[in-house]
Design a protein around this ligand. Sequence first.
Ligand SMILES: [Zn+2]
Length: 1014
Amino acid sequence: MAASMSFALLLCLFFLGGFPFADSYYIAYNTTPQIVPDKINVHLVAHSHDDVGWLKTIDQYYVGSNNSIQGACVQNVLDSVVSALLADKNRRFIYVEQAFFQRWWRQQSDAIKKIVRGLVDSGQLEFINGGMCMHDEASTLYIDMIDQTTLGHRFIEHEFGQIPRIGWQIDPFGHSAVQAYLLSSEVGFDALFFSRIDYQDRIKRKGLKSLEVVWRGSQTFGSTSDVFTGIFPENYEPPSGFYYEVNDDSPIIQDDSNLFDYNVEQRVNEFVAAALFQANITRTNHIMWTMGTDFKYQYANSWFRQLDKFIHYVNLDGRVNALYSTPSIYTDAKHATKESWPLKTEDFFPYADRKNAYWTGYFTSRPTFKGYVRAMSGYYLAARQLEFLRGRINSRPTTDTLADALAIAQHHDAVTGTEKQHVADDYSKRLSIGYAEAEELVSSSFACLTESTSSTKCEALSPSFKQCPLLNITYCPLSEMELSEGKDLVVLVYNPLGWNREDIIRIPVSTASVIVRNCKGQFVDSQVLPILNVSQEIRKLHAKAYLGHSAGIDPKFWLAFPVSVPPLGFNTYIISVGGNAVAGRPVMSKVYESHNNVVVGQGNLKLVFNEGSLSRYVNSRDSINAAMDLSYVYYSGDDGSGTDYQASGAYVFRPNGTYPIEQRKQKSLTIMQGPIVEEVYQEINQWIHQITRLYRGKEHAEIEFIIGPIPVDDNVGKEVATRINSNVRSDRTFYTDSNGRDFIKRVRDYRSDWDLEVNQPIAGNYYPINLGMYLSDNTTEFSVLVDRSVGGSSISDGQIELMLHRRLLHDDGRGVAEALNETLCINKKCSGLIVAGKFYFRIDPFGNGAKWRRSQGQELYSPLLLAFTEQNGDDWAKSRVTTFTAMDASYSLPENVALITLQALEDGSVLLRLAHLYEAGEDKDLSVMARVDLTKLFPDKKIEKIVETNLSANQQRSEMERKRLVWKVASSPDETRPQPPLRGRPVDPLKLVIELGPMEIRTFLVNFSFVSVL
Ligand SMILES: [Zn+2]
């Protein structure tokens, strides 16, 4: 009552034009305003952008330690926001990063939890975006984006019964089509907001009032996947002069006339001016101010006090209407105007924040970490399947630790490589801990699944299967060691894919005198290849670095043999020491050195090498006979000494000269030939090694590259790329994937949204590659696939370029304040980091390339999982399950469908996601409706209930469809696809057949009546 009286008094005095009192008094601020239809509404959105690791680790940010690097403590944010919201029920705040929120929530008392639930229910505290982190959109795979979003969304649903409505990707460095149509529209978001787009694009959009658009990210789904998208005018911070963290220097509103520096009118005028400025570049009478930035609201009251005053005085002034708002309220207000919005298609890559500052370096930065994230992602998918097949036990080991580590690793300063070194180490450590636990789970699942007699719940913990995560450095203790007397090496080969798989596996062995048999005791063809010196060196160095001890006696050979593995199942191979036996012995590779006229390949595909390097690609089946070469270049990283001070660094790729890396002319190639695999080893120079492999039965080339340490004794940072030249007449055009999903057409030196001013002809043509890229003309397609996220381009026609490694000596001035100079240290002796990885290429007749890109892409993401145990092979074959498929023995998934999630949840239900792998029109046979028969996918389990959900599994799909906002498009160019997209029909619970149209991903929660024990 007293408050309202003072308010009335104040109002009266204000309109009389002065504050004549000499005494201070209590002012009750009127913070109630809502939207006023005929005014400019300034939606004040209080937020804090809390990176889940960047300059400090996630835990350091959470607890507020290591403050000499950055004064940031997320506990302070959440603690102080709760009390600030309680102080005035009109105040609102949005919270985004669930990795932080969950840390905080676990530590709260029941009393605080109850209060917070109340704040969430009333809408004062709203969760938006809602994933564990704000994931990057360039170097992330769509499966990881889905998983990390699901983890956060299901937590929010479970604890609060809330469904986040808004995508809030305010900081990622460019935006992907997959984010728009899949991670927004298919999640059920009503809008998506962000800030970082190309500076040239931004200027044009401001002029045309087209910062807010309807984004149609999918060609396949067309308008059914539209999402309203708001791009902030500058960044995700308040307008200049309106920052209110404790130490910020923006002028506060001083409204006590008894004190000096009274400034209400001045501040109100400045507020109105900033609002009108923004309203001038915005459609409708609603504008949003993002009131906060990185790690703000650590003392929330310092912000809310000023926001209360602005709302109060600005509305008394009356020229504009200011209100506490959230992006949901803002979105609903925009929708209610019935405005039509400009259409945006494709994506927002690459991102430049100014001339000569293309953020395309981070597509490749920290390539070994990117490789680790990708490998762990594939492993997590397989481990969840095995957790389901064995039956989930909520006590450890589970896959949950790995899930959490992977989720955090998708953050826009994690997998991007734009964090400080100690933070990158922290992400890797988390992955490693998560992996170790998942490995234990996988091992015990195999122990269970190989038990043939058990009819009760499997408790088997023996035998202990060992896996070899360090095969990439030729380290696998179990396969390398001498077998005990009477023992054999049992190799269990698990296939996480939904179709039968024929593949070649390779393991290091200490002797060529081995014999490989299948589980029926029949000999299996095999081949041994001497291990190259370069691999031995890598093994020695990295075993020491990773394990802290020497790798032991070096194995001498790679043993390669073909395996055949049923879908979602395993097969067993037994390796024994051959003694003097001749039958079944592996073929010893023919090893020789040569320089010219080298032809490798036993099948249709042959590669020809001349003058020490690749010169021709021949596929007799497809009548392809094409000149081809593969070389390396390095870009010298700009040191930032020029007039614009822009160095090349963790984010920005700013080359200062292109230097071909001449292959040592006198060096011969080392060739290994045999029936299973043929290899050509090239020492490009002292620090670049390359092995080209052709496998029996495969019609693509595998290139393994070993790059590093990149020399920097000349004080020049270097960025190393490979260039593969083909004779495809690509006419400036190439295609790159969006997060491993859709392929997007790119044209060199061109943007479809504006007339590009080209100032960086190389960096400005780089795009993120997660699956691969290809070129085509009217006769052939040339495709390259990658094993991790990298940057790529086509700088000249017919050429595909991939950047594989970067070592730089200067910071690029975007906040990380470290040069991207990764090293490997042993006993404090450090040298530049070495990256070993693979890419794959193939030439197809025009129109045939998609099949290989999609199928091989799945095989690269989900490699066969190998597990080893030392046993008596005959006994094992007699007493154990040696071949297994979880599916009906006669069944496999259609060639165009992948099982991307099969996960037993804590509550006993099962999360199932199926993905169609092809876009509409991508392949003449496979871009069609696919059908998956669940009775055959789960033959021994009865489905009691199946509910289709949205992509992040926090609401029923039908609910999401019902609530979806439909947005009007101002100018729709001719719909290229006049027919509505193909989508599967609702699932009939009796028939249990799931239909999937092109590019469709469908998510289900399934309850089985019992989980049979195998
Ligand atoms: Zn950020």
